[in-house]
Ligand binder design. Structure first.
Ligand SMILES: [Zn+2]
Length: 321
């Protein structure tokens, strides 16, 4: 394009400071995304929706009395029911609202707090009856582009005796870090990010927010729940702080015209080195052909590729924090 003049492109390979997992930050111009029109999707999915209030109690299952002390769990508009197609011992979903569609800028603190609290009621119940279900997580596929098969907003809850690959990488790495340095990884990470000043969004006694140095997605916002060890600790001030932070991240994602995301809140019970934490990654399709962001690199090399620099994302989020 420039008469074969020699040019240089600088792409980075970054190592996750805990697991060593690599991510690549590509030198490619970031173009502004066009806000997707979701009207057709919202309307066409409405008649088939199992989570709308007219049908949810008729078409969703109930927990078995041997496994849970309640058939369903409710908080405000939130309703936790078994996942009809589970992929671990205690798969459940929490319908977050009576509304079929809630835009990223429309979630309220009460709606979000009720949804999380409802999941936690269930997880605490599982813990009391099945103590070996130590891998517990709250997860969110927001909209089909992020793997959500139902538009109506809902969280996915897992309480399993089997680790996912995420846990299998993080747990031994945390223990290695502890035996090498004698310190805990999470406070050290926050301290190092504070010292460098490039990716720390905010930090308090209960909760710190950083943009991941080596992201798992286009970008990756991590909330570290210093004030918690188990799901049951996610109440009161800590829950409110987490909800406030999550809503700010949602607003930031919305401000970039991105309309879908994945979120996970991870717990590993009875493990002092595993501070519960959450990650939020937006999902995008790449214009003009709605190209999937997951190509062979993510699919077959388990490698993240992004064009967004974590430090630029941190600058953007701080402006609305
Ligand atoms: Zn619905």
């Amino acid at each position: 394009m420039e008469g074969y003049a020699e040019v240089r492109r600088f792409s980075e390979v970054r190592y996750d400071p805990l697991t060593g997992h690599t991510s690549r930050i590509l030198d490619f111009p970031v173009r502004e995304l066009k806000r997707p029109d979701l009207t057709g999707l919202i309307e066409s999915s409405r008649p088939l929706c199992p989570f709308c209030p007219e049908v949810v109690e008729k078409v969703t299952p109930k927990f078995h009395p041997d496994l849970a002390s309640s058939g369903r769990y409710a908080r405000g508009e939130a309703l936790c029911v078994p996942n009809a197609f589970p992929y671990d011992e205690n798969g459940a979903v929490t319908v977050m609202s009576h509304r079929h569609f809630v835009g990223l800028d429309e979630f309220t603190p009460a709606m979000m707090a009720d949804a999380f609290a409802c999941c936690i009621d269930y997880l605490e119940d599982v813990r009391s009856k099945q103590p070996d279900m130590v891998y517990q997580s709250l997860n969110w596929n927001y909209m089909p582009q992020a793997g959500g098969s139902i538009v109506h907003p809902h969280l996915q809850i897992a309480a399993s005796s089997t680790a996912t690959n995420y846990y299998s990488a993080a747990i031994p790495a945390l223990s290695r870090y502890h035996s090498d340095s004698g310190e805990d990884f999470w406070p050290d990470l926050v301290e190092e990010e504070r010292r460098r000043g490039e990716r720390l969004i905010a930090s308090s006694r209960l909760l710190s927010w950083v943009v991941a140095f080596a992201p798992m997605g286009i970008f990756d916002v991590v909330g570290i729940l210093h004030g918690a060890q188990a799901p049951g600790d996610l109440r009161g001030e800590l829950l409110q702080d987490m909800v406030t932070g999550v809503l700010k991240v949602l607003r930031y994602i919305d401000s970039l015209n991105m309309a879908s995301l994945n979120m996970s809140v991870y717990f590993h019970l009875d493990d002092d080195l595993f501070t519960p934490h959450l990650r939020i990654c937006p999902r995008v399709n790449i214009p003009p052909f709605e190209t999937s962001q997951i190509n062979y690199m993510g699919m077959l090399h388990n490698e993240t590729l992004t064009i967004m620099k974590p430090e630029d994302i941190c600058t953007g989020i701080r402006q609305l924090w």
